[in-house]
Ligand binder design. Sequence first.
Ligand code: PEP
Ligand code: MG
Length: 548
Amino acid sequence: MQVATGKSVMNGIAIGKIKVYRAPDLEIRNELSEDPEGELEKFERAREKAIEQQNLLYEKAVVDAGEDSAEVFSVHAMMLEDDDLLDATKEIILKQKHCAEYAVKVAFDNQAKVFSEMEDPYMKERAADIYDIEQAVLNILFGVDPESMQGKEPAILAARDLTPSETVRLDKSLLLGIITKQGSLNSHTAILARSMGIPALVQCDAASEEWDGKEAIIDGYNSCAYIEPTPDLRKTLKKKQDVDLKQRALLQELKGKENTTIDGRTIQVYANIGGPSDIGLVQQNDAGGVGLFRSEFVYLNSKDYPTEEEQFRAYRHAVETLAPKRVIIRTCDIGADKQVDYMNMPKEDNPALGVRAIRICLSRREFFKTQLRALLRASAFGNLGIMFPMIISRRELRECKELLRECTEELLAKDIRVGSYETGIMVETPAAVMIADELAAECDFLSIGTNDLTQYTLAIDRQNAGLDPFLDTHHPAILREIRMTIEAGHRHGAWVGICGELGADLALTETFLRMGIDELSVNPVSVLPLRKIIRGIDLSREAAEAEL
Ligand code: PEP
Ligand code: MG
């Protein structure tokens, strides 16, 4: 087995035989022509046909990959009308009396070279477009049918590089994956492959003509390809591929649809994320928003206190990228199992019951205010919710809100924009459940953190795997606490969600809906299965089991 690494364009697995894709060898002779007018006419006909082809590719790409990805082909069609390019080609044909093929090669290559030497990365990338349209015109002049190069069997294509036109022309029903030696992650070819959902690896140096006909696997998750994989590896990755395919089929079925039960109740299904690098997963799984953005990553990934600016950039990126979707960012939840050296936290006998989360923030106010200012600044760029963890009293919530007010004033005094935002708390302790009415009266939402709520209600250390035999995640105490929280929230006009792991437990989805939950925020891969379950629930039916 050979392992070849590259850069992965899309998380996904492709399994199949490799077909080496070679651009046709076009022999361009440097011969003078006796009929320059005839050559010019030949070029004009080929150019017009190439424009027609690019327009057809645009239409195909809109269907296969969406309008944004297809745009490149309308740019190509425009480039084929470019006066400088046309004049340069005509001059070689009419004045230098070269044949049309030679003139196209020289004039288009020169233009591509000009682009490739530009500083601006966007302009530099345009060289690839010129080579693409050059190939299109030459194929027409030589009577080459590019569609015939793919072969008739389903395969992973391996090529030195693929132009966007080549990529879109490929018959998707026969295309399992793509491996190229060259190409960048942001090239149009990569963007097209991603939008078409095809696992692809670019910059794979090891790609070789000798791979032709060999069995291979592209593992987009690990940015590598296995040539002649072992049976065990094949079995493991096949399983992973099946899960992916199911997920993709679900996505096709549910994309853009509401999470509405048969009897017409709609709830929000959001994703939990651990940092900006998970934003792609939110989009990939078509989540309605982010119900828990664990902001700890800024602290855990840093060697020293993260600055306001660093935090602002991360939060802004998330809210701006996902706008107008709601993004709930939880303030720092350090402590207990999440320790950072630079904070010099004293050692505690009972860290889970110790100085953690909001307790740290309220005892280190300048530290907390740095994060609050960053969040308030980010609020101007999207639909933000600010959520406080481990709140056990009205006093704590009031202090948090007072600090938000103080920070807002500080920012406004410096003419820094603050947008509108919601505030909410996590319900993670029995204490918060018991006073949920008072808490709900002073914020916009309550989000139930069932991981900690279970730990503190059942007195089961969530870190201690030895306690698993005693752990009943469906314990009536937990379910009653959830119902009490939902009812308290609704009495005071606050929406109520669940962002702990229990929210993804499909055996409880109907129970939560019957309790009146407004939002469930789950790990991104659970979003689609959960949405599917919700759409199959009929709350007008009698409940299968007696309510708690
Ligand atoms: C929870 O406690 O349920 C929760 C979502 O927070 P974390 O798991 O980050 O403690
Ligand atoms: Mg928690």
